[in-house]
Structures are given as structure tokens and as C-alpha cells.
Design a protein around this ligand. Structure first.
Ligand code: GLU
Length: 369
């Protein structure tokens, strides 16, 4: 089962809603709140936890600058507001995190980055490279180019997808409410639910629909996000974000709703890959079979033969020297490229293909044996 306290987690995604970051009345950034959040992030980083922030606020910040008023925006106005606001949003994080010696990295995603497997793997590799170097990715939807058909739409959904792509153990939604209630909070008999182990139809019915004035997400989008995250082995927690140090508060027992996952992200990922239909096969030599058995990635040097026609990111069968199926993995090369580099040392990849490639043909994280 996935971790259920942030201090046990290796990798945490934290979603910050517009209403926390931007003052509803003035449209100004709530800089003091951000200073507190940065201290929380620094404390978690010092504890060795990888942190990814998914932050809304681009449109809310930009609309004030462009004097677009507080009413509904047309698509073009929202895109223009996002373009103006995002640059300010990124700077605000940079300025808040730099005093803690933390490097911020901006990542703007569109829905295709998680739906298309090749782009998904690419995005995943970028997250891994940044986190390995200690950076704090600051993620938002690429609102400036996203239109309705190609958008996540709300950052609850975006955060859950980022958590899945990055293999996070916990996704924290900092919200303007401290969790899920059996009925709209304030109404008769409404009780707070601290733990949801299964997202049943009854749980879904408890989620109303309303979002606050600045943010797109309501409880319904949060429950959908919980479905996405938990299915991939990532626990999700909703807690009140409008306090000074919200993550410290959560760790000290502030009210929250946890959605548990039954698998770890690694187990869920292996199950996902293991269930795919292979588009081709790679036959290994004995040395490579032994190496992947020890948990190593598959290098081109260990591949004796390539069968079938596949694209980058496609699932392929991994076979022993005698053709016995050992498992399934996602190929980082097309079948044509794989054929060209099979049996060759990784340093020969660039001379053979004419462009640099990734060292592994199948990364160990992308194998289900
Ligand atoms: N991506 C939007 C923004 O930065 C926010 C979407 C949401 O509030 O869920 O303004």
C-alpha cells in the first residue's frame, strides 16, 4: 500500500489552487502565504522527499494585469491572461524557493502529454532528470495554447496525472475546504470523512459540483483525481490550504480526507505494462537475461534479434535466447532503430543512428518481468 503520511513518501505532488495564491478581490499574489509554503517545501526537501508543485493562478494573476474584470472570460481572453500570468507565477515561485537554495523548473503540459505514450514517457523522463538533480518542478497546464478539446481543464485532474507520470506516492490537494463531507458542509448532519478506502458510487454522490470563484475544480473533480491517482498506486489527500504552513499543519494532524491506494506506484506501473499487447519482440543474449534479472535496464548490446514493427514507447515482448517470454517492456527506440543498434555498445548509438539516443533500449522502470 502507498504511504499515508508525507514523511514516509519518497515523492509528493502538491496542488495549489488559484484561490490560495491570488487574492480574489484585488487579483494580487498572496506573497506571504507563498513564503510559508516555500518553507514547508524546503523542510520536506531537507528530509529527502522529491517535491513537484502543480500550481494554478496564471489566469487569475493575468486577468488583473490585462484589466479583464472579474466576469467570465472568452477562450482568447483566458489564453491571453494565462500568458501574462504564468510568467509572474513562475517568478513568484522562483523568488520564494531561491532563499532556501532550491531551484525551480517550469513545466507546462497539455492533455496529450499524458495520453500519448511517447510524450508521456518523454515527460516522465524530464521529471526524473529534474528530481534527480534536486530541482522543484512547478507545473501548470499550458493554458495559452490549450483549447477545450485538448485540455485537462482543471488542475486537480492535472495534479493527479502528474502524480501518475512522475510515480509519486502521495498527491496533496491544497484546497479551500478540509476534505470530503457526507453532505454539503454546514448542512444538517454533514460529517467530515477522514479516510476513503474505496471510491464507491455513494462517495461520488457526496461530491457536490461547485467550484470557488477563481478555481475550476470542485469536489467532483477532486474525486475524479483521486480515482486516477489511487488506480496508479498514489494516495491522495485533500486538506485546507488557506493556513500559514499548510503542509506542516497536515503533518501535525490538520483535518483532511485521505484516499488510499492498494498498490505502490511501482506495482501499479508494472501491472499496467504487463497487461499491454506487445507490438514486437526483442530476443536477449544470456548476459542480458542475467542483467535484467538483477534489476538492470536492457542495453542495446544485450539484444541479439528484433522482431515486429513498433514505435517509441510501444510495448514489446522480452524473450530469452531460446525465445521464451520473460516479460513486457516499453521500447525507447523504434523497431528500425532497435535493429540498427542491437548488439552494439551504448557509445556506438550516436555514430550508428546519426543522432544521440537514450542509453537503454528498455529502462528498468518500464519493464514488467
Ligand atoms: N490552469 C489554470 C490557471 O493556472 C487553473 C485551472 C484550475 O483552477 O483548476 O489559471
Amino acid at each position: 500500500m502507498a504511504a499515508l503520511t508525507i514523511s514516509d513518501a519518497k515523492r509528493v505532488v502538491i496542488k495549489i489552487g488559484s484561490a490560495l495564491l491570488v487574492d480574489r478581490d484585488t487579483g494580487a499574489l498572496r506573497a506571504d502565504w507563498l513564503v510559508g509554503l516555500a518553507s514547508d517545501v524546503a523542510a520536506l526537501k531537507a528530509n529527502g522527499t522529491d517535491i513537484i508543485l502543480v500550481s494554478s493562478g496564471a489566469i487569475a494573476l493575468g486577468r488583473g494585469v490585462l484589466a479583464l474584470g472579474s466576469g467570465p472570460l472568452s477562450l482568447e481572453e483566458a489564453q491571453a491572461a494565462a500568458a501574462v500570468g504564468q510568467i509572474r507565477l513562475a517568478r513568484a515561485y522562483e523568488e520564494a524557493l531561491a532563499p532556501h537554495n532550491l531551484t525551480s523548473a517550469q513545466i507546462l503540459l497539455t492533455l496529450d502529454d499524458s495520453l500519448d505514450r511517447r510524450r508521456y514517457l518523454n515527460t516522465r523522463a524530464t521529471f526524473a532528470a529534474l528530481l534527480a538533480r534536486g530541482a522543484v518542478p512547478i507545473v501548470n497546464e499550458n493554458d495559452t495554447i490549450a483549447t477545450d478539446e485538448i485540455r485537462y481543464g482543471d488542475n486537480d485532474r492535472l495534479a493527479a496525472n502528474v502524480a501518475v507520470m512522475a510515480g509519486a506516492d502521495i498527491c496533496v490537494l491544497l484546497s479551500d475546504i478540509d476534505g470530503l463531507y457526507t453532505a454539503p458542509p454546514g448542512t444538517d448532519g454533514a460529517t467530515h470523512l477522514p479516510l476513503v478506502e474505496e471510491i464507491t458510487a455513494e462517495i461520488e454522490a457526496m461530491a457536490g459540483d461547485a467550484g470557488s470563484g477563481l478555481s475550476k475544480g470542485g469536489m467532483k473533480t477532486k474525486i475524479m483525481a483521486a480515482r486516477t491517482a489511487t488506480a496508479a498506486g498514489c494516495a491522495m489527500v485533500i486538506t485546507q490550504g488557506a493556513v500559514d504552513r499548510p503542509l506542516q499543519a497536515l503533518q501535525s494532524g490538520a483535518a483532511s480526507t485521505w484516499f488510499t491506494a492498494n498498490l505502490t506506484p511501482q506495482q501499479a506501473r508494472k501491472a499496467w505494462i504487463g497487461a499491454m499487447k506487445p507490438k514486437g519482440a526483442v530476443r536477449l543474449d544470456a548476459g542480458a537475461v542475467a542483467a535484467i534479472g538483477r534489476g538492470k535496464s536492457l542495453l542495446p548490446a544485450g539484444v541479439a534479434q528484433v522482431e515486429g514493427s513498433f514505435e517509441r514507447g510501444d510495448p514489446v515482448r522480452i524473450e530469452g535466447p531460446d525465445g521464451a517470454a520473460l516479460g513486457i517492456g516499453l521500447s525507447r527506440y523504434t523497431s528500425a532503430e532497435a535493429q540498427a543498434i542491437a548488439g552494439h555498445h551504448s557509445s556506438e548509438i550516436e555514430p550508428i543512428l546519426g543522432y544521440p539516443g537514450r542509453a537503454a533500449l528498455i529502462h528498468r522502470d518500464d519493464m514488467a518481468l
